[in-house]
Design a protein around this ligand. Structure first.
Ligand code: NI
Length: 159
């Protein structure tokens, strides 16, 4: 698939959550949208590919995720879902915790989860993570430094 090999050129900034999350996920996604918008609007900043991975594949179908992502500042955020097993495997890889709470009378439930935004390099390697307390401007600064350093080393064939 050609788009995958093209995506591999980029650093990824990834947030894992679920679309029914009442408050924290929307805040973090809002922050992610703003970060990506800043990168997109500034030609001096490197390319960055944002991604949302659901921790609630039972309810978050591709169309639910697509609708959800419309609410945030960047139209470039890619959504990802999979089988329960696939999501569990990805979360394990990222050392992210998530657990489904009990269903209420409306069949609604909360997914308790780690609130972390990850930076992944074009080789798919973990580079850095940001917890909820890190402000957008600090994430932008750190991400930019990492990408510039990586590109510099790559230019000199040191990676
Ligand atoms: Ni959440």
């Amino acid at each position: 698939m050609r788009w995958i090999s093209r995506l591999q050129l980029f650093f990824f900034i990834i947030y894992m959550g679920f679309t029914h999350c009442p408050d924290i996920c929307p805040e973090e996604m809002e922050k992610l949208g703003k970060i990506v918008k800043t990168f997109d609007e500034n030609p001096d900043l490197p390319d960055l590919q944002p991604m949302f991975i659901t921790l609630d594949p039972e309810r978050d179908s591709p169309s639910v995720i697509k609708d959800y992502l419309k609410d945030f500042a960047s139209p470039r955020i890619i959504g990802f879902t999979g089988t329960e097993d696939e999501i569990r495997e990805i979360a394990k890889k990222f050392r992210a915790y998530f657990g489904k709470g009990p269903k209420d009378s409306d069949n609604d439930y909360i997914v308790d989860h780690t609130i972390i935004t990850y930076l992944i390099n074009p080789k798919g390697e973990f580079v850095n993570y940001f917890d909820r307390s890190v402000k957008a401007e600090n994430i932008i600064k750190t991400v930019t430094e990492h990408i510039k350093k990586y590109n510099e080393l790559e230019k000199r064939n040191l990676l």
